[in-house]
Design a protein around this ligand. Structure first.
Ligand code: NYM
Ligand code: MG
Length: 215
């Protein structure tokens, strides 16, 4: 093996997008299908509401508590930092991580509040040094299609205006390497694209790909 050849590892496959775009549905189906074809895969999601920090986030999202916007942004980021080491360990052990939201949502949601001082640059700082995904599927859904999938829930941020702003920040954040998936279509149609994109990333990482870090 050549000295500079990266080791075989699992892939970090990420789903991002506004609420109701089908991330959770697709991520769940993808993990199932990967495991069925002998690719070790786990479903992760952020916020991870099971940790101590995650419970504080959950209270905030459910409006059981209120807090300063900057400190909430940092808690969402800390919720990723507390799992960084485990993420690296899983990936190097050959496990593919299918992740439902990550730091891109972190930046998009806080920036979308349009608060003085909390601009995109500020928001990105707390994510700097976290593992970069090997593949990012941005689930693009129109406002109309998202609305047809049922009304908003009761959680914080689930308003038309906020979702509009989030969509805008996401399009600002977009980079060339992102895969844009047309999420207006049926679950089955979207699944075909998702499988293809994810399996290509799994293959690349299996063949050895150096882990990168944000941003
Ligand atoms: N959210 C999610 C943030 O505001 N910052 C973050 O860093 C992350 C990961 O939490 N409306 C927001 C986006 C969602 C909400 O996510 C809960 P979900 O996927 O609905 O459980
Ligand atoms: Mg939600």
């Amino acid at each position: 093996m050549a000295a500079n050849k990266a080791m075989s590892r699992g892939a970090f496959v990420l789903f991002e997008g506004v609420d109701r775009c089908g991330k959770t549905t697709q991520a769940t189906k993808l993990v199932e299908s990967l495991n069925n074809s002998n690719v070790k895969a786990e479903l992760w999601r952020y916020p991870d509401r099971t940790t101590t920090i995650g419970k504080m986030i959950d209270d905030y999202l459910q409006k059981k508590s209120d807090s300063d916007d900057a400190s909430m942004h940092l808690l969402f980021a800390a919720n990723r930092w507390e799992k960084k080491k485990m993420m690296e360990e899983k990936l190097s052990a050959g496990v593919t991580l299918v992740v439902d939201r990550y730091g891109y949502s972190g930046v998009a949601f806080t920036t979308a509040k349009r608060l003085p001082g909390l601009d995109q640059q500020w928001c990105k700082h707390s994510e700097t040094g976290l593992v970069k995904p090997d593949c990012l599927m941005y689930m693009e859904i129109s406002e109309e299609a998202a609305k047809k999938r049922g009304g908003f829930g009761e959680e914080r941020y689930e308003t038309t205006e906020m979702q509009r702003n989030v969509r805008e920040v996401f399009s600002d954040l977009r980079e060339d390497w992102w895969s844009i998936v047309d999420a207006d279509r049926s679950i089955e149609q979207v699944q075909v694209d998702v499988e293809k994109i994810a399996r290509e990333a799994v293959e690349r990482c299996k063949n050895g790909l150096t882990l990168e870090y944000l941003w």
